[in-house]
Design a protein around this ligand. Sequence first.
Ligand code: MG
Length: 238
Amino acid sequence: MWNVFLTTGHIVNIGHDIFKENRKLAGKNREKLAAANIFSVNIMGAIGSGKTTLIEEVVKALGRKYKIAVIAGDVIADMDAARFEKLGVKTIPANTGKECHLDAHLVNHCLKTNDLDGYDLLIIENVGNLICPADFDLGEDMKIVIVSVSEGDDIVLKHPVIFKTSDMAVINKVDIAAAVDVDPQTMIRDVTSLNPNIPILLTSKKQEETLKEWTSALENAMLEKKERASNQKSNQQQ
Ligand code: MG
């Protein structure tokens, strides 16, 4: 039994542990995606950090080689979904209504109502913020946090959980770092202090080589996962 203590002094019994429920459904999503051999990434970051733009770059760079689907998480808007659809990629809009994050239940619904058989990569753009998405496992293979230099160089230390629990960090819009008086090296140092082994990429829409690094990093992570899965399968068959 779970009780929520309100500042008014009242106690409300919410009846179940939402995190436990979420973990259970995330496990189901993970099994379903693994069985279909789909690599999935959860892209998290604040509004304006450049999540949609960096996902568009992945679709442009890898969309001919692999079958990609995108879940476009948003509170109510569908602008991001429209941007993905314009690229001709399979797009699944996921509006949370008023919630500040996607959860495993919503992703489970997306997986149930869309046939993703034969797809290689599922990119999930989470709702724009750096706090709530960190608490909800979606069943993804990889969590990526994107932060823009325009958010200020204290942004990393203000949001330790998301940097501690992500598998990759991207510091975006580095071309404007000097203009906003931020040193990306400070941000790198802060990320490393929270999560010493996390790979960190510096990216900018204006610097093509950084976009290549970004899209190759995702492709490599996907291929590694697929190779591990196929080795596991052949070991089981022996
Ligand atoms: Mg977006």
